[in-house]
Each structure stands twice: as structure tokens, then as C-alpha cells.
Ligand binder design. Sequence first.
Ligand SMILES: Cc1cc2nc3c(=O)[nH]c(=O)nc-3n(C[C@H](O)[C@H](O)[C@H](O)COP(=O)(O)O)c2cc1C
Ligand SMILES: C=C(O[C@@H]1CC(C(=O)O)=C[C@@H](OP(=O)(O)O)[C@H]1O)C(=O)O
Length: 392
Amino acid sequence: MRYMTAGESHGPEEMAIIEGIPAGLTLTADMINQQLQRRQKGYGRGARQQIEHDTVAILGGVRHQQTLGSPITLNVHNRDHNNWADIMDPNIAETPENSTRKVLRPRPGHADLVGGMKYGHANDLRNVLERSSARETVMRVAVGAVAKTLLAEVGIDVHGFVVNIGPVRTPLEQLTDFADLTALRAQSEQFETRTLDAETDQAMRELIDQTKRDRNTVGGTVEVIATGVPAGLGSYVAANTKLDSRIAQAIVSINAFKGVEFGGGFANAEAFGSEVMDEIGWQADRGFFRTSNHLGGFEGGMTTGEPIVVKGVVKPIPTLYRPMESVNIATHETDRASIERSDTTAVPTAAVIAEAMVAITLAQAMLDKFDADQLVRFKAQVDQYRTELKEF
Ligand SMILES: Cc1cc2nc3c(=O)[nH]c(=O)nc-3n(C[C@H](O)[C@H](O)[C@H](O)COP(=O)(O)O)c2cc1C
Ligand SMILES: C=C(O[C@@H]1CC(C(=O)O)=C[C@@H](OP(=O)(O)O)[C@H]1O)C(=O)O
């Protein structure tokens, strides 16, 4: 399964084409819209999310709510395009009237300067920021919704949670029961943590409010857990077949993500081997299992059959309303960076996007391993494989 997205942040549309989803999967716009709505929630975002009401149009690859096996085409309209129509119109040449809102003072931490140097956009760095914007992640979440729908057919569930925003951490106890990820979600639509007491919820809001008043931004950490994943996805035989490395790539491909860890991750570097390896057990009704999950569900680049637990580090938003020092690319004079309308934090949204990226990567691994033509055969092969694993 592969996919591609296209679209500029203030352009008319965001688009995605997915190739390789089996025929016979029930898919509706509502299923995708539920995930798009989750992406739009989250305390700390700017005014853009009030303008957008992201809803998907399914334009190809589906008939009577069933996938056909042909490429699935998805589309999300940018409502904000109305406010940028002349400036962003693909079909109207540049004129003095529509050549406004130029970006000439690159923002440190954003793609502006290097993107401009690379593609030769010396006239306007907007040509960079329109695509480097995390607006693109709306389509990743749409593609992720399709992946999650497929994975649910074979009992795989994937969920993203907020771990911390700046110094405010959710009370994150070691998980022993991964039975129901949806139930694990604390009842907080704003933060999507897996445990959240009123005090922490309040502390997070206060931190974000204070950061906004300070005209600053704040980052954090998110965690994605995937359950029901069979052992043996990915392989140790070659560098590019190791599934943990593909998941790491998928996470760091998201705007602003700067680090990844599996299971105990960086803390494992300070522990002894006896505290880190997951001991092996066997029961007739389960087959092989582990008594702990310090390694986050991977050995040798392969899934162990235990839940996948992966965390991602989200840096603070680069655009500051109290801009940092920069240089005007037209005059080469020192100046303050441009201010574009911006979020204070995007960590809660980042959890939903990271979930989508893990779901996409797992769906790809499953479709590499099992039949990708039709859902019935795909499911039968997964069942058969699970039986073989249990009987090993
Ligand atoms: C959901 C989300 C929303 C974001 N919103 C903003 C924003 O409002 N302003 C901004 O400067 N950066 C924002 N970013 C971060 C930039 O897109 C990102 O830092 C930039 O593309 C440079 O890429 P890099 O940080 O991966 O190096 C956001 C990121 C995510 C994941
Ligand atoms: C549009 C989204 O996020 C945007 C990501 C983003 C950036 O620079 O990454 C900058 C902001 O864009 P704008 O200036 O239009 O408000 C965010 O709102 C979205 O998530 O749907």
C-alpha cells in the first residue's frame, strides 16, 4: 500500500491517493471524518481550526461504501482558501494586487529559509511555507483512518495519547492491561491522554494560556500504542525491512517531530539488562508471550506480538509572536522573523497524527505480508498465520 498527498495550506484543496487497499472493505466518509474531527480538537491551537471544518469527499476507489481495489482518492476542502483566493489562485498570474502577504524574513525552526534557498523562491518564502505547513497532515489522518479501518478488521487497534506538554506530565503509570485502548483514553477531548486528573488538565491549560500570553510556544511528547499486532511483522534480514525503523521514519516525518523511542526507550540506556529484556512465557491457549514490554513490542526489527509502544518528541512551534532574530532575504539586513498566524502548541493534534502514521505503517506491513487483493482472503490469511504462531 502506498499513498501520496498534495495541496497547499491556503490553496483550494488537500488531496490524497491511496493505492493497494484490498477490495471489499466498508468505507464511508463518516468513518474518516471522525478521525479528522479528533485532529481538529486540542487546546492551544490558533484561529485556523475555527475556520476549518474538515470533512472528506471520497472521489474514487469506493462504490456503494465498499472499496474496489482501485486507488482511493480523498479530498478535503480548505475553507480558509476564500480568504486567500487571489494570493493562492493556481490559475492567475502574479500581479501587484495579488502579490501581498509576502514572507521575506524566514522564521527560525520553520522550513522557510532552507526551502527558499533550495527551490530558488527568493521572491517569496510563502512558496515554501504553504507546503511545509502541517496542514498537510489532514490528509495523513484521512489516509490513517482508512488504514485503521483495515486494521480493525483483523483486530488491530492503534491509539495516540499526549504524555506531556512542556513540563506538565500526565500521571503515566506503567501499563499492564492494554485490553481496550479506547477505554484507556481519559475523558478529555482536548488532550487525549490516557490518564488525566482535573489538576493536570488545569495545569496544562494554564501552561498553554501563560505561554500564549508570553507570545511563546511549547512542545511535548506523544505516545502511540498498537494492540493485536501479530508477531513477525517486519524482518531482521535487511536494514530496510526492520519495521521499528519504518515506524521511526513515519513518526519523524511528521512536522515538528524530533525524536522517537520504543518502550522504555532512552531510560533503558540507564538500566541493566535484567531490567530491560522481556522474559518469555508459553501457555497452551496463547502460545508464546512476554511477561513485560520494556522493548515496546520489537525484537530484531520484528513485532513480538506484544503491544507496540512508541513515543515521539514534538518540538515547540517555530512561529513566535515575539519573533526571534532573522535576516531579510531581499535586503540581507538583520530583522525580526515574520509572524504568521500560529498555534501555541500542537501536541494534542500531534498525538492523533502520530497514531495515523503508525496505523499507515502497520497497514503497509500487513499488506506486504498478506493478500492485498481482497479483504476476505486477507482476513483468512491473517487468521491462518495467527493459528500457526499459536501452534509454534
Ligand atoms: C499539528 C501541527 C501544527 C503546527 N502548527 C504550526 C504553526 O501554527 N506554526 C508554526 O510555525 N509551526 C507549526 N507546526 C510546526 C511546523 O509545521 C514545522 O516545525 C515546520 O514544518 C518545520 O519542520 P520541522 O519542525 O519538522 O523541522 C505545526 C506542526 C504540527 C504537527
Ligand atoms: C492548518 C493547519 O495547521 C497549520 C500548520 C502551520 C504550520 O506552519 O505548520 C501553521 C498554521 O497555519 P495558519 O497560518 O493557516 O493558521 C496552522 O494553522 C491544520 O492543522 O489544519
